[in-house]
Design a protein around this ligand. Sequence first.
Ligand code: WT7
Length: 651
Amino acid sequence: MNEKLYYPNKELAKEARIKNMCEYNDLVEWAEEDYEGFWAHFAKEKIDWFEPFDEDKVLDESNFPFVKWFGGGKLNVAYQCIDRHLKTRKNKAAIIWEGDRGDKRIITYMELYKEVNRFSNLLKNEFGVKKGDRVIIYMPMIPEAAYAMLACARIGAIHSVVFGGFSAEALRDRIIDADAKVVITADGAYRKNKPYMLKPVVDTALAQDTPVEKVLVVERNNEDITWIEGRDFSYNELIQSQSGECEPEIMDSEDPLFLLYTSGSTGKPKGVQHNQAGYILWAQMTTEWVFDIKENDTYWCTADVGWITGHTYIVYGPLAMGATTVMFEGVPTYPDAGRPWKMVEEYRINQFYTAPTAIRVLHKMGEDEPKKYDLSSLKVLGTVGEPIDPPAWKWYYEVVGGGRCSIVDTYWQTETGGHIVSPLPFATPIKPACATLPLPGIFGEILDPETGERVPVGEKGYMCVTKPWPSMIRGVWGDPERFVKSYFGDVKKDGKPVYFTGDGAVYDELGYITITGRTDDVINVSGHRMGTAEIEAAIKKHPNVAEVAVVGRPHDIKGESIFAYIVLKSDEGLGDEVAQVKEINNVIKSEIGNIALCDDIAFVPGLPKTRSGKIMRRILRAIAKGEAITQDTSTLEDPSIVETIQNKVKN
Ligand code: WT7
């Protein structure tokens, strides 16, 4: 809390879009005084509309929380990201791609236009994809993943990108929930110079009945794969004969743009729905404000397109503003922990955006690696996905940023579409591990869930947004009730439900916001959001598991790791716990994917439950951390179980 303030570099601030806190405050006040006028102004300025929105339909809250923005407006997001730049930027690099093994591709805006149009025509003409159809994209980090997203946007199809690390079962669940008729995938890709495969996972996902009719396969690593005649088609073959011209579909402001599945505290992952105009507006505005990308800059976000960060800050935001976005297939520590810094030097990266986990790994594995490279091009360093700890922040600031760059600790979520709390790089004085202030236009407040009042300085409360903003989640696919319950059920301000993020947060004396982490049963492993209920459901599929409780345990690299307490049906086989652990992790691997593997599993004779049968997770969390139990255990059905579990975990 008592960290000193770091002020923005004065030279760099001179040319910044938002130059100082006065300008920040002016924008904040403008939004406070005339909320709709504020948004209407930027919507008009930033978006190339086919037809303007209705001035008195800027925000329609009549069916809150089902809100509508920019009513009557017509646009196309692919047009916004590509076509409109051709006049002034046709030969500018839109995407600079680097493969795992160092191979490179540079795609200009003109080339992107042609590629996306061909892709659009392929989907429309060969696959019969129409406006409103759902298309699953299960792809590695290759430019074709971005083409696929933009092609869907161009023809009005709703894409749902599934992270390539998810298992066949997880992919299948998403295909079925989205009722998708097309899957776009690749044979595989490369990771640490070795091929890994995606198409076989798709085959398994589609082995039982699904709504999928056609699969499009991009050839990336040319490894052997099996083909199903009539279902599987080669992108590389079909794309040849497609025209490079495709009229963009005329979309309404509130037509859906994409679904992205994310974990909640209960049940299966939910399909977060984002719509056209509001999403692209805030994607573009935050990319401009928070990264302050200049015309000739090169911007690199290391995320995967399978997550919201990849959607908003690799593809949509940077392209909407006509920037050059770097896309990277590999991992940051291969061939060594100098890889990102080598790339920064090579491409003269100006803005670099990554997750705290990556920063911690790079710090630990290569303390001095950044010093071997010329990093003087860097101006803005971003972090996202989980709280960053001050030591990692300071290394990032001093060693990577040379004490010259601003760090933007960007706080947001899949559901918020874009950043909601973040420093502005050349205005906001920053503090280690602090997301600082809500962006102009975002009414972010830390509220007391009981009273709906702002919490006093230093007291933990719930991170909320009290007014709808343009890129706010529009719905949970197929489940309007879950949408209302998940986000608008917990906190009311002045009697009115407000958006609750699921995160706890605290104010300091400057009014700065520090995010303290989830208040629900969601854990954050290496910046990946995971529902404990989802992991428990996976583990329960093992025939010998009677009961299971999963909690997060602090981890110095991953932020949190997964700790499972398991009660087995029979002790048989318990002689070999190593084998049991392996078996459990194999179930998780096939149900969810490697990202949900447990670091620790404790086989216990029972779980601490109240007399009404509720599992006391707080006790399990404390035991996992090795903390003393401060809770009253006398209300437990069997208080002695606590000591039994503690002893078990100690061993
Ligand atoms: C959750 C959202 C947003 C893109 C990547 C993750 C945590 C996100 C920060 C930050 C502390 C953060 C929150 C949030 N989170 N950014 N800067 N500081 N925590 O998206 O998978 O939807 O996860 O990530 O807990 O709720 P996501």
